[in-house]
Design a protein around this ligand. Structure first.
Ligand code: PLP
Length: 490
């Protein structure tokens, strides 16, 4: 299927074929549950008609989307390639092998595991594999046992106690880390003793000396790098040095920026793959694949990761692994590098457009795909800004800023991302116009009043006519860059 970004043709024969395929599929589905057909059609209209700036979302190609709707879904295939707990898995073996081969080639790694159902699942597999390789295996050797089943009750209790002592050091949530990086309400914060590293309070930037100091003091088993809302690149070579100094395993969660790694925008010290022991990712954000996850690992962790299913994961989703194979094949094409370069250039154009119009950005800008706009100078919470923008056809999400006085629910920030609109073909000038629209909305929104008469952190009042004017401006941009041009499912 043609690349979404470069395809402008409304008479693309492949889009005509996709249109026919979708129309047929919707007709078949409609014979069972027409409301689902209505929701599918409405979602396409919504996606086509809004400025999607959610940094974690994208638009997968019709080839990726179509791959998900097949009978591969019907096969159980617990285990790994050639080593399944079910009979008749030869075609799933092919699918998983092709997906893993593309992942290895794309990211330049010796081992890839393509089964995780999502990013969180990929992280669970990674934690489990690191515990298995770094804690369980040496303990079994010491106790003269082959597997945990050979342990006496007393030895088993000792091993469980050892698991309970392990530590994880990850980026704090308000600095941009993810809740699976040891945040207490998450299972990771319960499995591990956890400590966070933040960012410099003045600059908002990661301070490697502080990370090193925290690692020396805390001596974690796992040092996690990676983020959901940090608008800068990371020096993974430096992170590996820190991990090595304290004997930690470096795990990088590149869920957000995998597309920039795949597209060779992040290379050398900014590419986590050569430096980390274990790398996890989602496949549906900047990588533009189906919803899912991947684990890439150094060979010493491969055996443990391979046991992810059924030890941590439910049965593999063969139809999704097939779609991962298609998406990874797309990401190996030269046009994907062009896309990834545009993602970074467009985020910069958006940041510059906001700064030029007087906005305050966390870290003062971006050098990845994320821009974090601090809306407190406009007298708004993130929740209020998110609502006002949504009413104006601009889809974003609220996000904490470092040391956020409004907490994780109301927040003071808005996270913006360039991957989705770049897939539609938006360029730097378009992103500058997006910046203008955003500033137009947040500068003409007032905080509302709660029922108690006190200022509200949730409600807001948008000045008359702003929402309609912004929607009209957005529509001009969206019409110039149609989503799935030529795809007609009416
Ligand atoms: N890791 C990071 C850094 C993320 O940003 C996210 C999603 O937002 C995840 C993991 C979880 O991914 P998923 O929603 O696929 O489980």
């Amino acid at each position: 299927m043609t690349d979404l970004q470069t395809d402008r043709s409304r008479s693309d024969p492949l889009m005509d074929t996709a249109s026919a395929a979708y129309r047929a599929a919707l007709e078949v589905i409609g014979t069972v549950e027409p409301r689902i057909v209505d929701a599918i059609r409405a979602e396409l209209a919504d996606q086509r008609g809004s400025l999607k700036l959610i940094a974690s979302e994208n638009y997968a190609s019709p080839a990726v989307l179509l791959t998900m709707g097949t009978w591969l879904s019907d096969k159980y295939a617990e285990g790994t390639i050639g080593h399944r707990f079910y009979a008749g898995c030869q075609n799933v073996d092919t699918v998983e092998s092709v997906a893993a081969e593309h992942a290895r080639e794309l990211f330049g790694t010796e081992y890839a595991y393509v089964q995780p159902h999502s990013g969180i699942d990929a992280n669970l597999v990674a934690f489990w594999a690191i515990l298995s390789a770094r804690v369980e295996s040496p303990a079994l050797e010491r106790l003269g046992a082959k597997t945990v089943n050979d342990l006496s009750e007393a030895d088993w209790e000792e091993l469980r106690a050892e698991f309970g002592k392990q530590r994880m050091l990850g980026m704090s949530l308000d600095a941009g880390g993810h809740l699976t990086h040891g945040f207490r309400p998450n299972i990771s914060g319960k499995m591990f003793h956890q400590r966070s590293y933040g960012t410099d309070p003045e600059t908002g930037l990661l301070d490697y000396d502080r990370v090193a100091a925290a690692a020396r003091e805390f001596k974690p088993l796992i040092l996690i790098a990676g983020y959901s809302a940090y608008p800068r690149r990371i020096d993974f070579a430096r992170m590996r040095e820190i991990a090595d100094e304290v004997g930690a395993t470096l795990m990088v969660d590149m869920a957000h920026f995998a597309g920039l790694v795949a597209g060779k925008v992040f290379t050398g010290d900014e590419d986590p793959v050569p430096h980390a022991h274990v790398v996890t990712t989602t496949t549906h954000k900047s990588l533009r694949g189906p919803r899912g996850g991947l684990v890439l690992a150094k060979p010493e962790f491969a055996e443990a990761v391979d046991r992810g299913c059924p030890m941590v994961l439910g049965g593999p989703l063969s139809h999704i692994m097939a779609a991962k194979a298609v998406a990874l094949a797309e990401a190996r094409r030269p046009e994907f590098s062009t896309y990834a370069e545009s993602v970074a250039a467009n985020a910069k154009a958006l940041a510059e457009g906001l700064l030029r119009r007087g906005a305050r950005l966390v870290t003062g800008g971006t050098d990845n795909h994320i821009v974090l706009l601090d809306v407190s100078p406009f007298g708004l919470t993130g929740r209020q800004a998110e609502g006002a923008l949504l009413d104006s056809g601009v889809v974003t999400n609220r996000n904490s800023v470092p040391a956020d006085p409004n907490g994780a629910w109301y927040t003071s920030g808005i996270r913006l991302g360039s991957p989705a609109l770049t897939t539609r073909g938006f360029g730097a000038d378009d992103f500058d116009r997006v910046a203008e629209l955003i500033i137009g909305v947040v500068s003409q929104t007032q905080p509302g009043t709660a029922k108690s008469g006190k200022p509200s952190k949730a409600t807001y009042e948008l000045a008359d006519g702003v929402a309609d004017k912004t929607k009209a401006g957005a529509a001009e941009l969206l019409d110039a860059h149609p989503l799935y041009p030529g795809l007609d499912v009416s």
